[in-house]
Design a protein around this ligand. Structure first.
Ligand code: DGL
Length: 265
């Protein structure tokens, strides 16, 4: 009988942003099969209500469970902060989520001022509020909603004059408030790091949690005795998207053993 250990890890996001998490997981756990869902048709999640985000998270989870995924990574800060509690209550399978790393930033800051760039849905969530309220009270958090950034990335405008202009606008409050750590609270944003650095300079450290999510995925697989032990040479890491495939193709360009399919889900 085939062991459940050889079943794939399921990963979903509102779009292509979660591929930044997929890359970290694939690098750390090359023996694992992965199935990635890009719900780009419904992006951005950031401006939807909590109920709508929960409904979309359920839809994506059920799709991945029907493909026998042994663990699910919610590779989206907005879906994690709004829906992961609900998913964990409803399903047996282990879930890994991603949340803005404001706690590590608060421990490292010297200026006592940190910045967070995230979606409205993440910044307004209860989970984010409770993490923020538990930080040392001397820490000031400058919050900025990254309105429009996800849409430009999903529309293949990662590098464009519109992006440059929007980034300058969103990053201005961070520079003006003398932050020394900037937390990226959306899985689409790591693709913007080179452009963000150009604007904010080298004095501000950028923090993103992709690598930590991969380490946590490994730890939970180990704990549940679910780590794959075989090299699945015939397996293609599967990517499904419910809009045109071009942006995903572009982002996965040089990655071996990947297959991309457009599907309605
Ligand atoms: N990648 C999602 C996140 O981490 C994007 C959110 C959105 O679709 O607005 O929050």
């Amino acid at each position: 009988m085939k062991s459940i250990k050889e079943n794939p890890i399921g990963i979903f996001d509102s779009g292509i942003g979660g591929t930044s998490i997929w890359s970290e997981i694939h690098t750390l756990l090359p023996l694992e099969k992965t199935i990635y869902l890009s719900d780009s048709k419904n992006a951005p999640y950031g401006q939807k209500s909590t109920d709508q985000i929960i409904a979309l998270a359920i839809k994506n989870t059920e799709y991945l469970l029907n493909k026998n995924c042994k663990l699910i990574v919610v590779a989206c800060n907005t879906a994690t902060t709004n829906a992961i509690k609900y998913l964990r209550e409803k399903y047996q399978v282990p879930f890994i989520g991603i949340e803005p790393a404001i706690k590590p930033a608060s421990l490292k800051t010297k200026t006592k001022t940190i910045g967070i760039l995230a979606t409205q849905g993440t910044l307004n969530s209860q989970l984010f509020a409770s993490t923020a309220n538990n930080l040392d009270t001397s820490i000031k958090i400058i919050e900025q909603i990254g309105n429009g950034l996800v849409e430009l990335i999903e529309n293949n405008k990662l590098i464009s004059p519109e992006m440059n202009q929007l980034l300058k606008k969103h990053l201005k409050p961070f520079i003006e408030n003398n932050i020394d750590h900037l937390v990226l609270g959306c899985t689409h944003y790591p693709y913007l790091i080179p452009q963000i650095k150009e604007i904010i300079g080298s004095q501000i450290t950028i923090i993103d949690s992709g690598e930590a999510v991969a380490r946590q995925t490994k730890a939970i697989l180990e704990k549940n005795d679910l780590l794959s032990s075989k090299l699945n040479i015939d397996f293609q890491n599967e990517f499904y998207i419910n809009t045109a495939t071009e942006v995903l193709e572009h982002i996965l360009e040089n990655k071996e053993n990947t297959s991309i399919k457009q599907l309605d889900f």
